[in-house]
Design a protein around this ligand. Sequence first.
Ligand code: 5GP
Length: 176
Amino acid sequence: MSNLKLSTYISEENIQKKVKELGQAISAKYKGKDLVAVCILKGSFVFFSDLIRHIDSDVQCEFFGVSSYHGGMSSSGEVKVTLDLAHPIEGKDVLLVEDIVDTGLTMNYLKAAMLSRKPKSLITVTLLEKPDALKVPCEVDYVGFKIKNDFVVGYGLDYQGLYRNLPYIAQVQSLN
Ligand code: 5GP
């Protein structure tokens, strides 16, 4: 298919275990409250759909699209909004669900974009974080896995639009 080599980075089993733990921790935090979960497209749709099924609250789902990598392997630092929320989040308890925090620029942009809409509260969760890649301070409430500064795909994450459907996370290496 391509001259890229994929190797398993985080197994499906370990992802599912972690997602369940995150869901349980978030459920404990939101006990008895209604929640608006915001899925950041496209990368977090797989994580989002598994995570919300482990959240034991009334959850409304919203979708917010951004593009920051433009299909390559390094962040442009520029965030382009590709889809806005369909409903207001003012006065709501909001959970922002991201796939990965790399430089931190996208997460900070997203937090500011959500806070400008005056939610009652905002908490953030990311499946992956690359602490060594951060270019700006970036606080995230719940982090699934801290990983090295490697480019990964699968479980929603793509390379040039591909590999989002892998049930595990893989590292991509070019064979050239
Ligand atoms: P940041 O603004 O933190 O540099 O980048 C965040 C966005 O870049 C993520 O939402 C994701 O779309 C993309 N990204 C960052 N690191 C990776 C990676 O290792 N693999 C893939 N596929 N996308 C990444």
